[in-house]
Design a protein around this ligand. Structure first.
Ligand SMILES: [Zn+2]
Length: 630
């Protein structure tokens, strides 16, 4: 605690793996050691986020009880050890998890110094869907709830294919090992079922805590895990995420800030875990951050709407499987390689805190929709290896490098305040989403749809009335064919740029062409089209422009439609430098400029002209609203 005070640490997060210490024998629960620590931390001016210890059930839970354990897709029953080894749907697990959570909430929920709760730790970080017999029974119940009758399921999924037809819900298998691929509907629905169940577990834990404590509740998630974050955070109070993005992938880091800011709009998010220097486990390690990068990360996190910036971990672990991971303090109690950077972050925090408290991020004009449900569709149907998160990050980077201030939003988010909406890689466009997008376009917005958006039903089957379902019917743009575009032989031209076209593509009638296919099997048809509807416009992007030339074409397209839509919250920051515009209640706008790539950068500040920012440095500039938006 002395070290923490010297270092500027004013909040700690504890308890997420401490179950065996809290309940050493089944039924003998004693949480006093955590209570004592929270009190001592408080006496030393340090606040606490307390976690429920449920990712690591003790040996008395696991030993001799294979039926309580997680079963993977190959049918392997997890052994005790590591973490997330239990099936979170197991009834006895739920009972024991509820008991320990209730006891913690009762004994610690009102302690001075406790400021928030974290449920569990990184749900579904190491595991995906469970194939145990408990899950099988719940799956059948879930299906019955969803479809009502087995006939309806058979109809919606089209199960006469390969004689998969079921006579009762009890016969529907889990997507475990088979000679070839499982049915698309079966796979995608099982993923949805699994993400719904883990969110229900989170809801259950939150409800128990709320009986004894009115502190805000969060979970430390990421975009990498087998969860539906939109659903998971539905009943939680604030968003937080963990990130170990390497410093070369600054767009991954900034994407996180832009998405978690929006999951609980108007409530600041936390970076709950990030390394001071490098991530590592027994098996691998990343390279250390360059000196100064941690400060750039912290200032960017705060400027883009964050409230907490926490390290994992405080002191290097002396045992276990993550001994090599970087920490603020080494296992032998001395400053580690990242320590000077942690001090630098604390200096920066003190400088920017008053401004952060007096201002909020400016409303973005550009939004991009991100969906864990879409990710599930792409997991079931990855074509030639689509990785949803990576591809979304690349597309997001087009907005970032165009200097557009942007929000990344989930499907359920409202579209108020936006002028340009970008919806790539969303195979199923739900009725709700489409009706919001329709209202957005009719009132003057521009909606860019695609690539790979709209081609699948909610049951993960193909439309039979037209290729892109309701989106196509509404726009009236005829999709002629869908097929895997060969980027080796296909090029397209739009806005004066020519690029290879690839990915699973939709090819449109040439009538409304903005982008035309110049070579390949669909020469002369359109890969990009636009339709004016109401006061706005729908832009259909049927194919993915590939490589460097493709990136140029995408940037031109985004620039073109951002200008047309009247997007004014933007800057000309050089690549590797970001700008976070914020505004106070007095209407004064402030730009926080951060160089993320360590090369330094420039940006034009209205009325000041071009300013430079030092490598990994930051600068703050007052700009008036009139100047920015003129
Ligand atoms: Zn299970």
């Amino acid at each position: 605690m002395e070290w923490m005070k010297k270092t500027g640490i004013n909040v700690v997060r504890i308890g997420e793996f401490a179950w065996s210490k809290l309940e050493p024998e089944e039924g003998r629960i004693d949480v006093s050691f955590l209570v004592d620590i929270i009190k001592r931390l408080h006496e030393n001016g340090i606040e606490t986020v307390l976690c429920t210890p449920t990712p690591t059930p003790p040996i008395w839970f696991s030993h001799g009880h294979p039926e309580r354990m997680h079963v993977d897709q190959e049918g392997q029953v997890m052994s005790h050890g590591s973490r997330q080894h239990a099936c979170t749907n197991n009834a006895y697990f739920r009972e024991k998890a509820a008991q320990i959570t209730e006891e913690l909430a009762k004994k610690a929920g009102h302690l001075p110094g406790l400021i928030a709760w974290q449920l569990d730790n990184e749900f579904k970080c190491h595991i995906a869907e469970c194939m145990c017999s408990t899950c099988k029974g719940l799956w059948h119940e879930w299906l019955e709830d969803r479809y009502g009758t087995i006939d309806r399921l058979n109809e919606e999924w089209g199960t006469h294919i390969w004689s998969e037809y079921y006579q009762s819900f009890e016969q529907v298998p889990q997507p475990a090992a088979t000679p070839f691929l499982h049915h698309s509907s079966l796979q995608t629905m099982y993923r949805l079922f699994s993400t719904e169940k883990i969110a229900e577990f989170a809801d259950e834990q939150a409800a128990i805590i709320r009986r004894h404590s009115d502190l805000p509740i969060t979970h430390n998630s990421t975009l990498m895990f087998s969860v539906d974050n939109e659903r998971l955070f539905q009943h939680l109070d604030f968003a937080s995420f963990d990130t170990y993005a390497p410093q070369g992938k600054l767009e991954s880091y900034v994407l996180n800030c832009d998405i978690w800011r929006n999951i609980k709009k108007n409530t600041p998010y936390w970076v709950m875990e990030t390394s001071t220097s490098y991530a590592a486990s027994l098996e691998s390690y990343a390279h250390p951050h360059a000196n100064g990068y941690l400060q750039a990360e912290a200032v960017a996190a705060y400027a883009l709407g964050g409230q907490g910036f926490c390290y994992w971990l405080w002191r290097q672990q002396r045992t276990g499987s993550e001994q090599p991971h970087s920490a603020v303090i080494s296992a032998w109690g001395e400053p580690s390689i990242g320590y000077e950077n942690v001090l630098q972050v604390e200096e920066a925090r003190k400088k920017i805190e008053p401004l952060m408290l007096a201002t909020k991020p400016v409303q973005a004009h550009v939004a991009m929709t991100y969906s864990d449900k879409a990710r599930m569709f792409h997991q079931t149907e990855p074509h030639n290896g689509i990785r949803y998160k990576d591809m979304m990050t690349d597309l997001y980077n087009v907005l970032l490098t165009e200097g557009l201030h942007r929000d990344v939003i989930f499907e359920g988010a409202e579209l108020d305040g936006y002028k340009l909406l970008f919806t790539p890689l969303l195979p199923h466009v739900s009725e709700d989403y489409l009706s919001k997008a329709k209202a957005f376009v009719e009132s003057g917005g521009i909606w860019i749809v695609g690539p790979m958006t709209g081609g699948r039903t909610g049951e993960h089957t193909i439309h039979t009335s037209c290729a892109l379902g309701e989106v196509e019917k509404w726009t009236g743009v005829k999709t002629l064919f869908t097929f895997p575009m060969d980027e080796q032989t296909t090029t397209g031209e739009a806005f004066g740029e020519t690029a290879p076209l690839g990915l699973w593509s939709a090819v449109f009638d040439a009538d409304a062409a903005v982008g035309t296919i110049k070579s390949g099997v669909a020469t002369g048809k359109a890969f990009l089209s636009e339709t004016a509807i109401g006061k706005g416009k729908v832009v259909m992007l049927g194919s993915m422009p590939m490589g460097d030339d493709g990136n140029k074409l995408l940037k031109r397209m985004i620039r073109h439609y951002a200008e047309e839509a009247g997007v004014t919250v933007k800057t000309d920051a050089s690549p590797g430098t970001i700008v976070a515009p914020r505004m106070g209640d007095d209407g004064k706008e402030v730009w926080i400029v951060v160089n993320m790539d360590g090369k330094g950068g420039t940006v034009t500040i209205p009325s000041k002209g071009s300013v430079t920012v030092e490598p990994h440095g930051y600068s703050i500039h007052q700009v008036t609203k009139e100047e920015v938006h003129s």
